[in-house]
Design a protein around this ligand. Structure first.
Ligand SMILES: [Zn+2]
Length: 259
């Protein structure tokens, strides 16, 4: 329960990041305000999840409806925190997993919103992922085959594999079709995922993301009647793949090497 509340509170802060990072606004100043009427939101109206329900998703001052994204992000972060707690207990693995998931959630919702994978998150994320693996390996003496935090070598190969694979694919695609395929932002995102999870995550995450992307793409085409040019943001699928890898990666890898 405490983990859930903690996650929801962080989710509330992530909402501010999602709204402000694409506009290059500061994430700490000014304090929370309504995007429409600019009325400040007092702290007692800024309680994760509950405020949204009590105010029925509307601004208290001008009744402008507030995006359900705020509620969704708080709920998701609460649930992820709870799931991470049950998976790893509370310790270094929880902290690393939580930071990673928070970054993935912010990237996903910004990509959904404005079709950008922000460098200000993915690039420091690459360094942070590698940094965590070094701390885990050298100071905490985590075993190399640790499920949550890869060895520094695996992390480094993950960065190169994540970045390199997509870079090569994008180059080949562009060479043959003359159209720019995968965005540079997705490449840096996959490098960040490799940094946090080690190289085995890169093919698994890409595989899950491609399947999810195809299925959801087909559904969207069927529902909206849009043609094949329908372009879905790819980052949310990569992020979903990476989050699934946190919880099921070990099982997936065992399935492929059953010895
Ligand atoms: Zn308002």
């Amino acid at each position: 329960m405490l983990a859930f509340v903690f996650g929801a509170i962080v989710g509330s802060f992530l909402n501010v990041c999602i709204a402000r990072i694409p506009n290059d606004e500061s994430i700490v100043h000014p304090p929370s305000h309504c995007p429409k009427c600019k009325a400040a939101i007092p702290f007692y109206c800024n309680i994760p999840l509950l405020s949204y329900v009590f105010l029925r998703g509307r601004c208290r001052a001008c009744s402008e409806s507030i995006s359900p994204r705020y509620f969704l992000v708080e709920l998701l972060m609460g649930l992820f925190a709870l799931a991470l707690y049950y998976r790893f207990g509370f310790g270094f693995e929880f902290i690393v997993g939580f930071v990673f998931v928070a970054a993935l959630v912010v990237i996903s919702f910004i990509d959904l919103d404005v079709r950008i994978v922000p460098d200000v998150i993915s690039l420091p994320g690459i360094v942070l992922g590698l940094g965590f693996s070094i701390v885990g390996y050298f100071t905490l003496g985590l075993p190399a085959e640790n499920a949550a935090i890869p060895s520094p070598l695996s992390s480094l190969i993950g960065i190169l594999a994540g970045g390199g694979f997509l870079l090569a694919t994008a180059w080949i695609y562009e060479k043959f079709t003359g159209v720019e395929g995968m965005g540079g932002g997705d490449i840096k995102l996959l490098a960040m995922i490799g940094a946090f999870q080690g190289w085995p995550s890169v093919p698994v995450t890409l595989f899950i993301a491609s399947i999810l992307g195809s299925v959801i793409g087909l559904i969207c085409m069927a529902v909206t009647g849009a043609g094949r040019r329908l372009a879905l943001p790819f980052a949310p699928f990569l992020c979903s793949g990476a989050i699934l890898f946190i919880f099921f990666g070990e099982k997936i890898l065992q399935f492929y090497s059953p010895d």
